[in-house]
Write a new protein. Structure first.
Ligand SMILES: Nc1ncnc2c1ncn2[C@@H]1O[C@H](COP(=O)(O)OP(=O)(O)OP(=O)(O)O)[C@@H](O)[C@H]1O
Ligand SMILES: [Mg+2]
Length: 263
C-alpha cells in the first residue's frame, strides 16, 4: 500500500537531526546510562537535567564520539551513524563546548579562533605569511553571527570575562559547519550577568537554525532557554517535556522521584 502523502505540511513529521536509540554505557557493574533514547530536531534547544551522577555527561559523550556506547544506535537525518572519535562527530556537524574552553590566555581573539588552522597569504607572491587581516575580518564576522559584542578583540583573552570567553569559544566552533552544539554546564562557573549573556547567545544560535543540547543544574536557566526538557535519573531518561507546558515543580519531582509527573 502506498502511504498517503501529508496534505498539511505542519502535520508532516519533522526531520530528526540526531536520534539516539537505547544508548547504554556501563562502568564495571554500574550502568551509567541505561537504554536512553532522545531525538533532537533542527533549530531547537533541549536541556538535559538530573541529579549529580544521573548520567548526563556520559550520555552526551556518546553523542559526540567521546565514548563508544556498549549498546544502542545513533541516526543522523535517518541514517545510522557511528562516531569513533570526537573528530568524526565534528565532521558530521556535532561540536561540544567543554567547560575548560581550551583558550590560550595570552592570545587575542582572532589568534584563539584560528589556533591550529591559521589563514595564510603570500608576501610578494612567494613567502607564506599569516593573513592577520583576513583572520580579523572573519573573527568580526563570526562574532556578529552569534550576536556577541566583544570590546577588544585584539587584547589577550586573559583580560576577558567568563561570558566573553564563552563567546570566543563558540565563535571558534562555528568556523566549522556546526549543526548540533552540545554544552555541558556552560554556565556553572559564570556570574549571573555572564550566565544571562550565554543564554542570549544560545537563543541567537537557535535563531540561526542550530540545535543546542545543554546540560544545566539551573532550572531558571533551563526554563529561560529550552524548548524541551529531558530529565535523567540513575542512567535512565525519566521523561521529556515541552517547556511551554512544564512547571518548575514538575521537573523537580521528576528529578527526585525518577518518574514522569504532571505539571
Ligand atoms: N570514566 C568513568 N569511570 C567510572 N565511572 C564513571 C565514569 N564516568 C562516569 N562514571 C559514573 O557514571 C555515573 C554517571 O556519571 P555522569 O558523569 O554521566 O553524571 P552526570 O549526570 O553528568 O553528573 P553531574 O551532574 O555530577 O555532572 C556516575 O555514577 C559516575 O560516577
Ligand atoms: Mg556531568
Amino acid at each position: 500500500m502506498t502511504p498517503i502523502p501529508a496534505l498539511n505540511p505542519a502535520a508532516a513529521p519533522r526531520e530528526i537531526l540526531l536520534g539516539a536509540q537505547a544508548l547504554s554505557k556501563s562502568y564495571g557493574g554500574l550502568r551509567a546510562v541505561n537504554a536512553a533514547s532522545l531525538d533532537l530536531f533542527p533549530g531547537e534547544v533541549v536541556a538535559l537535567v538530573g541529579d549529580n551522577g544521573a548520567g548526563k555527561s556520559t550520555f552526551v559523550k556518546m553523542l559526540s564520539g567521546v565514548i563508544a556506547p556498549d549498546a544502542g544506535t545513533l541516526t543522523m537525518s535517518g541514517r545510522d551513524v557511528r562516531f569513533n572519535s570526537p573528530a568524526q562527530a565534528r565532521e558530521a556537524g556535532i561540536e561540544t563546548l567543554h567547560q575548560s574552553l581550551a583558550l590560550v590566555d595570552v592570545f587575542n581573539v582572532p589568534e584563539n579562533i584560528f589556533l591550529g588552522r591559521e589563514l595564510h597569504t603570500r608576501r610578494f607572491g612567494v613567502l607564506p605569511v599569516l593573513d592577520k587581516a583576513a583572520m580579523r575580518t572573519r573573527t568580526i564576522d563570526l562574532l556578529q553571527r552569534i550576536g556577541a559584542n566583544l570590546p577588544a578583540i585584539d587584547s589577550p583573552v586573559r583580560s576577558m570575562s567568563g561570558g566573553q570567553r564563552q563567546a570566543v569559544a563558540i565563535a571558534r566552533l562555528l568556523l566549522n559547519e556546526v549543526r548540533l552544539l552540545i554544552m555541558d554546564e556552560p554556565m556553572a562557573a559564570l556570574g549571573v550577568d555572564e550566565g544571562r549573556k550565554v543564554l542570549d547567545l544560545i537563543v541567537e544560535l537557535r535563531a540561526r537554525g542550530l540545535t543546542v543540547l545543554i546540560i544545566s543544574h539551573n532550572l531558571e536557566h533551563v526554563f529561560g532557554v529550552a524548548d524541551r526538557i529531558c530529565v535523567m535519573k540513575n542512567g535512565k531518561i525519566v521523561g521529556i517535556v515541552d517547556t511551554a507546558v512544564a512547571s518548575h515543580d514538575q521537573i523537580v519531582r521528576m528529578i527526585v522521584s525518577g518518574a514522569m509527573s504532571r505539571p
